[in-house]
Ligand binder design. Structure first.
Ligand code: KG4
Ligand code: ZN
Length: 350
Protein backbone atom coordinates (compact mmCIF):
# COMPACT_ATOMS: atom_id res chain seq x y z
CA UNK A 1 0.00 0.00 0.00
CA UNK A 2 1.26 3.47 -0.93
CA UNK A 3 0.14 6.37 1.26
CA UNK A 4 0.46 10.12 0.84
CA UNK A 5 0.93 11.77 4.26
CA UNK A 6 0.11 15.42 5.00
CA UNK A 7 1.09 17.30 8.16
CA UNK A 8 -0.18 20.85 8.79
CA UNK A 9 -1.02 20.94 12.51
CA UNK A 10 1.25 23.85 13.46
CA UNK A 11 4.07 25.71 11.72
CA UNK A 12 5.55 23.09 9.39
CA UNK A 13 4.04 21.88 6.12
CA UNK A 14 5.16 18.26 5.75
CA UNK A 15 4.37 15.84 2.92
CA UNK A 16 5.59 12.26 2.37
CA UNK A 17 4.93 9.12 0.38
CA UNK A 18 5.28 5.89 2.38
CA UNK A 19 5.05 2.46 0.79
CA UNK A 20 4.37 -0.51 3.08
CA UNK A 21 6.70 -2.72 0.99
CA UNK A 22 9.41 -0.31 -0.16
CA UNK A 23 9.43 2.05 2.85
CA UNK A 24 9.67 5.83 2.68
CA UNK A 25 9.81 6.96 -0.97
CA UNK A 26 10.00 10.74 -0.48
CA UNK A 27 9.41 13.43 2.08
CA UNK A 28 9.51 17.21 1.96
CA UNK A 29 9.18 19.86 4.61
CA UNK A 30 8.57 23.56 4.50
CA UNK A 31 9.19 25.32 7.81
CA UNK A 32 7.36 28.54 8.61
CA UNK A 33 9.93 29.55 11.26
CA UNK A 34 10.85 32.73 9.36
CA UNK A 35 7.16 33.74 9.08
CA UNK A 36 6.70 33.64 12.86
CA UNK A 37 10.19 34.69 13.99
CA UNK A 38 9.30 38.36 14.54
CA UNK A 39 6.46 37.38 16.88
CA UNK A 40 8.47 35.00 19.12
CA UNK A 41 5.91 32.23 18.60
CA UNK A 42 3.40 30.80 16.13
CA UNK A 43 0.66 33.18 14.90
CA UNK A 44 -2.25 30.81 14.05
CA UNK A 45 -3.77 32.86 11.20
CA UNK A 46 -0.41 33.34 9.50
CA UNK A 47 0.23 29.60 9.87
CA UNK A 48 -3.05 28.67 8.12
CA UNK A 49 -2.42 31.07 5.25
CA UNK A 50 1.11 29.79 4.69
CA UNK A 51 -0.11 26.17 4.62
CA UNK A 52 -2.62 27.22 1.92
CA UNK A 53 0.22 28.70 -0.13
CA UNK A 54 2.68 25.84 0.27
CA UNK A 55 0.75 22.58 0.53
CA UNK A 56 -0.22 21.89 -3.10
CA UNK A 57 3.22 22.74 -4.58
CA UNK A 58 4.79 20.54 -1.89
CA UNK A 59 2.46 17.62 -2.74
CA UNK A 60 3.39 17.94 -6.42
CA UNK A 61 7.08 18.03 -5.58
CA UNK A 62 6.86 15.05 -3.21
CA UNK A 63 5.01 12.91 -5.76
CA UNK A 64 7.65 13.80 -8.34
CA UNK A 65 10.46 12.96 -5.87
CA UNK A 66 8.76 9.62 -5.17
CA UNK A 67 8.58 9.07 -8.92
CA UNK A 68 4.87 8.35 -8.76
CA UNK A 69 1.58 9.82 -9.94
CA UNK A 70 -1.70 10.34 -8.10
CA UNK A 71 -3.05 7.12 -9.61
CA UNK A 72 -0.36 5.14 -7.82
CA UNK A 73 -1.43 6.40 -4.38
CA UNK A 74 -3.69 3.96 -2.46
CA UNK A 75 -4.65 6.12 0.51
CA UNK A 76 -4.25 9.53 2.10
CA UNK A 77 -3.31 10.23 5.71
CA UNK A 78 -3.58 13.76 7.06
CA UNK A 79 -3.12 15.14 10.56
CA UNK A 80 -6.61 15.60 12.04
CA UNK A 81 -5.42 16.85 15.46
CA UNK A 82 -4.41 17.92 17.99
CA UNK A 83 -3.19 21.29 16.71
CA UNK A 84 -4.27 24.72 15.50
CA UNK A 85 -7.76 24.39 14.03
CA UNK A 86 -7.20 26.63 10.98
CA UNK A 87 -3.91 24.90 10.16
CA UNK A 88 -5.49 21.45 10.56
CA UNK A 89 -8.36 22.47 8.27
CA UNK A 90 -5.94 23.14 5.41
CA UNK A 91 -4.36 19.68 5.45
CA UNK A 92 -7.74 18.05 6.14
CA UNK A 93 -9.54 19.82 3.29
CA UNK A 94 -6.77 19.11 0.77
CA UNK A 95 -6.22 15.52 1.92
CA UNK A 96 -9.89 14.58 2.05
CA UNK A 97 -10.61 16.23 -1.33
CA UNK A 98 -7.69 14.53 -3.09
CA UNK A 99 -8.85 11.17 -1.72
CA UNK A 100 -12.34 11.88 -3.04
CA UNK A 101 -11.03 12.88 -6.45
CA UNK A 102 -8.72 9.85 -6.67
CA UNK A 103 -11.41 7.55 -5.25
CA UNK A 104 -9.20 6.19 -2.47
CA UNK A 105 -9.66 6.07 1.34
CA UNK A 106 -8.55 8.89 3.65
CA UNK A 107 -7.77 8.75 7.35
CA UNK A 108 -7.29 11.53 9.91
CA UNK A 109 -4.17 10.75 11.95
CA UNK A 110 -3.48 11.75 15.55
CA UNK A 111 -0.38 13.97 15.50
CA UNK A 112 1.09 12.47 18.69
CA UNK A 113 0.57 8.93 17.41
CA UNK A 114 2.55 10.06 14.38
CA UNK A 115 5.39 11.24 16.65
CA UNK A 116 5.20 8.06 18.72
CA UNK A 117 5.57 5.82 15.66
CA UNK A 118 8.28 7.92 13.91
CA UNK A 119 11.12 5.69 15.27
CA UNK A 120 9.49 2.84 13.27
CA UNK A 121 10.85 4.56 10.13
CA UNK A 122 14.42 3.79 11.24
CA UNK A 123 16.36 0.69 10.16
CA UNK A 124 16.30 -0.77 13.69
CA UNK A 125 12.78 -0.07 14.95
CA UNK A 126 11.69 -0.84 18.53
CA UNK A 127 9.39 -3.81 19.27
CA UNK A 128 6.16 -3.52 21.22
CA UNK A 129 5.53 -3.22 24.10
CA UNK A 130 7.42 -0.13 25.21
CA UNK A 131 7.18 3.02 27.27
CA UNK A 132 7.06 6.20 25.18
CA UNK A 133 8.13 9.64 26.33
CA UNK A 134 6.37 12.14 24.09
CA UNK A 135 8.01 15.54 24.40
CA UNK A 136 6.90 18.20 21.94
CA UNK A 137 5.94 21.87 21.97
CA UNK A 138 2.40 21.06 23.11
CA UNK A 139 2.67 17.74 24.96
CA UNK A 140 4.72 15.97 27.62
CA UNK A 141 3.43 12.48 28.27
CA UNK A 142 4.63 9.08 29.39
CA UNK A 143 2.64 6.36 27.67
CA UNK A 144 2.60 2.57 28.04
CA UNK A 145 2.33 1.30 24.46
CA UNK A 146 1.10 -2.29 23.98
CA UNK A 147 0.62 -1.83 20.22
CA UNK A 148 -0.70 0.73 17.76
CA UNK A 149 -3.77 2.37 19.34
CA UNK A 150 -3.22 0.56 22.64
CA UNK A 151 -2.09 3.43 24.80
CA UNK A 152 -2.23 3.96 28.54
CA UNK A 153 -1.22 7.44 29.69
CA UNK A 154 1.06 6.93 32.72
CA UNK A 155 1.77 10.59 33.40
CA UNK A 156 1.71 14.01 31.79
CA UNK A 157 2.54 17.65 32.38
CA UNK A 158 0.19 19.50 34.68
CA UNK A 159 1.15 22.81 33.06
CA UNK A 160 3.72 23.66 30.35
CA UNK A 161 5.01 21.03 27.93
CA UNK A 162 8.78 20.42 27.94
CA UNK A 163 9.22 22.04 24.51
CA UNK A 164 7.10 25.00 25.58
CA UNK A 165 9.33 25.42 28.66
CA UNK A 166 12.42 25.44 26.40
CA UNK A 167 10.76 28.04 24.17
CA UNK A 168 9.76 30.29 27.09
CA UNK A 169 13.17 30.05 28.78
CA UNK A 170 14.77 30.93 25.42
CA UNK A 171 12.57 34.00 25.15
CA UNK A 172 13.76 35.16 28.60
CA UNK A 173 17.33 34.87 27.29
CA UNK A 174 16.40 36.76 24.10
CA UNK A 175 17.05 33.73 21.89
CA UNK A 176 15.25 32.95 18.64
CA UNK A 177 12.11 30.81 18.26
CA UNK A 178 11.96 27.81 18.47
CA UNK A 179 14.04 28.00 21.60
CA UNK A 180 14.89 24.33 22.19
CA UNK A 181 17.72 24.06 19.67
CA UNK A 182 18.99 27.55 20.67
CA UNK A 183 19.20 26.62 24.37
CA UNK A 184 20.89 23.33 23.47
CA UNK A 185 23.47 25.16 21.35
CA UNK A 186 24.25 27.74 24.05
CA UNK A 187 24.30 25.14 26.82
CA UNK A 188 27.39 23.56 25.28
CA UNK A 189 29.34 26.68 26.27
CA UNK A 190 27.77 26.88 29.72
CA UNK A 191 29.30 25.91 33.07
CA UNK A 192 27.11 23.10 34.48
CA UNK A 193 28.31 23.77 38.04
CA UNK A 194 27.48 27.48 38.26
CA UNK A 195 23.70 27.25 38.85
CA UNK A 196 21.53 24.41 40.08
CA UNK A 197 17.90 24.61 38.96
CA UNK A 198 15.17 22.48 40.64
CA UNK A 199 14.09 19.08 39.25
CA UNK A 200 10.33 19.59 39.68
CA UNK A 201 8.14 16.81 41.11
CA UNK A 202 10.95 14.25 41.30
CA UNK A 203 11.01 14.02 45.11
CA UNK A 204 7.50 12.59 45.29
CA UNK A 205 6.05 9.47 43.67
CA UNK A 206 4.15 9.58 40.40
CA UNK A 207 4.83 10.16 36.73
CA UNK A 208 3.35 13.62 36.18
CA UNK A 209 5.46 16.64 35.27
CA UNK A 210 5.35 20.36 35.99
CA UNK A 211 7.63 22.86 34.27
CA UNK A 212 6.08 26.19 35.24
CA UNK A 213 8.15 26.53 38.46
CA UNK A 214 11.31 26.05 36.44
CA UNK A 215 10.19 28.91 34.23
CA UNK A 216 9.84 31.21 37.25
CA UNK A 217 13.22 30.04 38.58
CA UNK A 218 14.79 30.93 35.22
CA UNK A 219 13.14 34.35 35.18
CA UNK A 220 14.39 35.10 38.72
CA UNK A 221 17.93 33.95 37.90
CA UNK A 222 17.99 36.22 34.83
CA UNK A 223 16.71 39.17 36.91
CA UNK A 224 19.31 38.60 39.65
CA UNK A 225 22.24 38.63 37.23
CA UNK A 226 21.42 41.30 34.73
CA UNK A 227 22.14 44.35 36.91
CA UNK A 228 20.99 47.45 35.02
CA UNK A 229 21.30 45.74 31.63
CA UNK A 230 18.53 44.04 29.66
CA UNK A 231 20.32 40.69 29.89
CA UNK A 232 23.10 39.11 31.96
CA UNK A 233 26.53 38.89 30.30
CA UNK A 234 27.08 36.31 27.54
CA UNK A 235 28.73 33.68 29.74
CA UNK A 236 25.97 33.95 32.36
CA UNK A 237 23.32 33.50 29.65
CA UNK A 238 25.11 30.32 28.54
CA UNK A 239 25.38 29.13 32.16
CA UNK A 240 21.63 29.68 32.66
CA UNK A 241 20.82 27.84 29.42
CA UNK A 242 23.00 24.96 30.59
CA UNK A 243 21.43 24.81 34.08
CA UNK A 244 17.94 24.95 32.57
CA UNK A 245 18.63 22.15 30.10
CA UNK A 246 20.22 19.97 32.80
CA UNK A 247 17.14 20.43 35.01
CA UNK A 248 14.66 19.51 32.25
CA UNK A 249 16.77 16.57 31.07
CA UNK A 250 17.34 15.17 34.59
CA UNK A 251 13.61 15.48 35.35
CA UNK A 252 12.70 13.59 32.17
CA UNK A 253 15.35 10.91 32.82
CA UNK A 254 14.15 10.32 36.40
CA UNK A 255 10.53 9.94 35.27
CA UNK A 256 11.45 7.63 32.37
CA UNK A 257 13.39 5.31 34.68
CA UNK A 258 10.48 5.33 37.08
CA UNK A 259 8.02 4.47 34.29
CA UNK A 260 10.21 1.56 33.16
CA UNK A 261 10.48 0.28 36.75
CA UNK A 262 6.75 0.62 37.26
CA UNK A 263 5.80 -1.24 34.05
CA UNK A 264 8.68 -3.73 34.11
CA UNK A 265 9.48 -2.80 30.50
CA UNK A 266 12.99 -2.61 29.05
CA UNK A 267 12.33 -0.46 25.99
CA UNK A 268 11.89 3.30 25.94
CA UNK A 269 10.93 5.30 22.87
CA UNK A 270 11.39 9.07 22.90
CA UNK A 271 9.57 11.14 20.31
CA UNK A 272 8.55 14.73 19.53
CA UNK A 273 10.73 17.81 19.01
CA UNK A 274 12.55 17.64 22.35
CA UNK A 275 13.69 14.08 21.59
CA UNK A 276 16.15 15.70 19.16
CA UNK A 277 17.99 17.06 22.21
CA UNK A 278 21.41 15.45 22.30
CA UNK A 279 21.92 15.88 26.05
CA UNK A 280 18.59 14.09 26.70
CA UNK A 281 19.55 11.21 24.39
CA UNK A 282 23.00 10.82 25.94
CA UNK A 283 21.82 10.97 29.54
CA UNK A 284 18.98 8.52 28.85
CA UNK A 285 21.31 6.11 27.06
CA UNK A 286 23.73 6.13 30.02
CA UNK A 287 21.01 5.84 32.67
CA UNK A 288 19.08 3.09 30.90
CA UNK A 289 22.15 1.01 30.10
CA UNK A 290 22.69 0.73 33.85
CA UNK A 291 19.28 -0.93 34.24
CA UNK A 292 19.59 -3.13 31.14
CA UNK A 293 17.09 -1.08 29.11
CA UNK A 294 17.39 0.57 25.70
CA UNK A 295 16.26 3.87 24.24
CA UNK A 296 15.04 4.37 20.65
CA UNK A 297 14.48 7.60 18.77
CA UNK A 298 14.00 8.81 15.22
CA UNK A 299 16.59 10.71 13.16
CA UNK A 300 16.46 14.46 13.99
CA UNK A 301 14.26 15.49 11.03
CA UNK A 302 11.61 12.97 12.12
CA UNK A 303 11.66 14.09 15.79
CA UNK A 304 10.18 17.47 14.91
CA UNK A 305 6.99 17.76 12.82
CA UNK A 306 7.09 16.01 9.44
CA UNK A 307 4.87 14.28 6.89
CA UNK A 308 6.68 10.91 7.02
CA UNK A 309 5.40 10.03 10.49
CA UNK A 310 1.81 10.83 9.40
CA UNK A 311 2.13 8.74 6.23
CA UNK A 312 3.53 5.83 8.28
CA UNK A 313 0.89 5.99 11.04
CA UNK A 314 -1.94 6.39 8.52
CA UNK A 315 -0.61 3.51 6.43
CA UNK A 316 -0.71 1.14 9.43
CA UNK A 317 -4.33 2.04 10.14
CA UNK A 318 -5.40 1.89 6.47
CA UNK A 319 -3.72 -1.52 6.13
CA UNK A 320 -5.81 -2.69 9.08
CA UNK A 321 -8.95 -1.62 7.20
CA UNK A 322 -9.63 1.60 9.11
CA UNK A 323 -10.61 4.77 7.25
CA UNK A 324 -12.86 7.81 7.66
CA UNK A 325 -16.11 8.84 6.02
CA UNK A 326 -16.32 11.90 3.74
CA UNK A 327 -16.10 14.46 6.57
CA UNK A 328 -13.03 16.68 6.87
CA UNK A 329 -11.75 16.05 10.39
CA UNK A 330 -10.08 18.78 12.47
CA UNK A 331 -9.89 18.01 16.20
CA UNK A 332 -7.84 20.65 18.08
CA UNK A 333 -8.01 18.72 21.39
CA UNK A 334 -7.92 14.95 21.06
CA UNK A 335 -6.85 12.60 23.89
CA UNK A 336 -4.60 9.89 22.42
CA UNK A 337 -5.98 7.11 24.63
CA UNK A 338 -9.36 7.36 22.86
CA UNK A 339 -7.89 6.05 19.56
CA UNK A 340 -9.10 2.65 18.33
CA UNK A 341 -6.65 -0.25 18.68
CA UNK A 342 -5.21 -1.88 15.62
CA UNK A 343 -5.99 -5.51 16.37
CA UNK A 344 -3.27 -8.01 17.11
CA UNK A 345 -0.16 -6.11 18.26
CA UNK A 346 1.96 -9.26 17.84
CA UNK A 347 1.23 -9.55 14.13
CA UNK A 348 4.34 -9.02 11.96
CA UNK A 349 4.93 -5.51 10.62
CA UNK A 350 4.08 -5.03 6.94
O1 KG4 B 1 7.18 18.00 17.87
P1 KG4 B 1 7.42 19.43 17.50
O2 KG4 B 1 8.19 19.72 16.24
O3 KG4 B 1 6.09 20.22 17.40
C1 KG4 B 1 4.99 20.01 18.24
O4 KG4 B 1 4.25 19.02 17.98
O5 KG4 B 1 4.88 20.80 19.19
O6 KG4 B 1 8.18 20.07 18.74
C2 KG4 B 1 8.61 21.39 18.74
C3 KG4 B 1 9.29 21.67 20.07
C4 KG4 B 1 9.64 23.13 20.25
O7 KG4 B 1 9.18 23.52 21.52
C5 KG4 B 1 11.16 23.13 20.17
O8 KG4 B 1 11.77 24.14 20.95
C6 KG4 B 1 11.52 21.76 20.71
O9 KG4 B 1 10.51 20.91 20.17
N1 KG4 B 1 12.84 21.30 20.27
C7 KG4 B 1 13.88 21.08 21.10
C8 KG4 B 1 14.98 20.70 20.29
N2 KG4 B 1 14.56 20.70 18.99
C9 KG4 B 1 13.25 21.07 18.99
N3 KG4 B 1 13.98 21.18 22.44
C10 KG4 B 1 15.16 20.89 23.00
N4 KG4 B 1 16.25 20.55 22.30
C11 KG4 B 1 16.22 20.44 20.96
N5 KG4 B 1 17.33 20.08 20.27
ZN1 ZN C 1 4.63 17.74 16.75
Amino acid sequence: MRVLGIETSCDETGVAVYDSQAGLLAHTLYSQVAVHADYGGVVPELASRDHVRKLLPLIRQTLADANCTGEQIDGIAYTAGPGLVGALMVGGAVGRSLAYAWNIPAIGVHHMEGHLLAPMLETEPPDFPFVALLVSGGHTQLVAVAGIGRYEILGESLDDAAGEAFDKAAKMLDLDYPGGPEIARLAERGDPDRFRFPRPMTDRPGLDFSFSGLKTFTLNTVAEHRGDAVLPDEQTVADIACAFQEAVVDTLVIKCRRALDQTGMKTLVIAGGVSANRRLRNKLEAALARQGARVYYARNEFCTDNGAMIAYAGCQRLLAGQHDDLAIRAIPRWPMDTLPPLGNPDAPKQ
